[in-house]
Design a binder for this molecule. Structure first.
Ligand SMILES: [Zn+2]
Length: 107
């Protein structure tokens, strides 16, 4: 079971509440005493960290960060497997890059 799933289950009954990251970690560890406390990174499952869990910034995210270490527990987050991919800024492929053709003046 991933940390994402563990956290999701541990916080499910707190949907809609605002909790601190510390409180969320405490809930997860209370439910899963074998979980590594330092690997439960609340920000990774929210809108505040782009490099975290794949749920971050998708409908599957578990939290909305509303302030310094304050998170709203999202009710019914989407299943992580169905989460749409994060929006990335697509690089323009070289063959589609706009080329400006310069007209050469003919005398
Ligand atoms: Zn996650």
């Amino acid at each position: 079971m991933s940390n994402h799933e563990k956290i999701a289950i541990a916080i499910a009954s707190h949907a809609g509440k605002t909790l601190s990251a510390k409180e969320i970690v405490a809930l997860a560890v209370a439910r899963y005493p074998d979980a590594n406390k330092s690997s439960i990174l609340v920000a990774d499952h929210s809108t505040s960290n782009v490099t975290g869990c794949k749920c971050a910034h998708t409908d599957a995210r578990l939290f909305d960060r509303i302030g310094q270490s304050q998170y709203v527990i999202r009710p019914n987050p989407a299943p992580i497997g169905n989460a749409p991919k994060r929006t990335k800024v697509a690089a323009v492929p070289a063959d589609e890059a706009v080329t400006v053709e310069q007209e050469t003046a003919t005398a």
